[in-house]
Design a protein around this ligand. Sequence first.
Ligand SMILES: Cc1cc2nc3c(=O)[nH]c(=O)nc-3n(C[C@H](O)[C@H](O)[C@H](O)COP(=O)(O)OP(=O)(O)OC[C@H]3O[C@@H](n4cnc5c(N)ncnc54)[C@H](O)[C@@H]3O)c2cc1C
Length: 423
Amino acid sequence: MTDKESGRKRTDKPWLQSISAIQHDRTAIVIGAGMAGAATARSLAERGWQVTVLDKHPQPAREASGNPQGMLYTRLSPNPTPLTQLVIQGYRHTLNLLQQAPEEIYQLCGLVQLPDSEKEKIRQQKLVDCGRYQALMEGMTAAQLTAKAGITVEQDGLFFPDGGWLKPPAFVGWLLEHDNIRFQGDSEVKTLHKVNDSWQLTMADNRTLSTTVVVIACGHHTSTLAQTKHLPLKAIRGQVTVVPATEQSMALRTVVCEDGYIAPASNGKHTLGATFHFDDPDQSCRASDHQLNLDNIANFAPALAEMLNFSDLDTNKLEGKTGYRCTTPDYLPMVGPLMDADLFRERFAALARNAKTRVEEEIPWLDGLYINTGHGSRGLITAPLSGDIVASQICGAPAPIPAELSAELHPGRFLARELIRGR
Ligand SMILES: Cc1cc2nc3c(=O)[nH]c(=O)nc-3n(C[C@H](O)[C@H](O)[C@H](O)COP(=O)(O)OP(=O)(O)OC[C@H]3O[C@@H](n4cnc5c(N)ncnc54)[C@H](O)[C@@H]3O)c2cc1C
């Protein structure tokens, strides 16, 4: 069914009305120079767009995307849930991107995934038995995993031959290195206003910029902007710990993860992590959190704890980094065009009475405004693919993922659910 006036297609999920391609001059501003913003900018730049990337920090990748080593890993589900479909495609997408990136910024050394409970053991066995993921991973005995990892592994688990680690800040830097991208630091966007057909951005120092297409990729700060403050995003504090490598620990050849993770040495240091704390605004590195990370590794890889002399380390002096994961209630990122939340609630109020009502109203799109955020603990895998999804939506080009999966990531899904559940 099609709306007579607008010609837009109607569906039973109103927030999925297709957005008409707006006329623009192929210039865009991306707010946020983390993995999500940089990947979006790169994808637009590859399509011939001129992109300005703004960040409140002087340099890119200073927040969640700023860890010295990030793991390319993913928890799969035996069922093909939307999240599993996304991570499988995202994993391949990131691996393909890395083939073009400088070799010194990543290591696809393989990744060992160990179960942290009996339940997880059963889940891993189901993953092996379902036969769906043979191209991605293999079930292995402790002895086989020991041979892969180069250190003693005490449990059976999974091996991901293409997994590994990369340096997120260097990856972000490489994504931004394109003739069509201009990075502008010290540019905190405070407000966005529609002025005629353009978006006017005002910075903390009152400078203004104007453009027709804006992508918000602000990680856990996304809710500070008026157009995105309604989105149900949560910030989860995390801390990684960096420990000096020893002669023995250089034997570690793969990433090993269970509840936490540890990577092979890079520049004489191993990154291990990461803690998980809700409602915790403390941005400093805490000795107690370093201890949590060390205890965690010692629990699933005691051989490594010994090789790295954990018992002699002074947690008050260890290096590390804190950051905030940005998560959504359904753990899927928010990727796509934004709408005016108040107008949507007003126009689609009938959904609160009957979720199946076919409302003959147009979606109040915020034309030219898009979002790419909510990547939780797996941004290395989901943010680059999501950048490509947003770029394809902006250009009106075919999406890199099936339409049903795009629908699962649509930022409008929560507004509609909120109305329906508030019934
Ligand atoms: C401790 C920790 C460990 C992790 N480990 C892994 C891992 O091993 N593997 C993995 O895949 N993922 C991991 N993650 C998750 C991953 O780091 C994130 O999913 C990813 O970095 C998110 O990228 P982003 O671009 O969305 O957010 P960010 O990297 O936070 O970028 C957002 C950017 O927006 C800027 N910004 C915000 N508001 C404004 C504004 N108003 N104006 C201008 N600029 C603004 C910020 O300065 C920032 O640079 C980890 C996260 C944490 C915290």
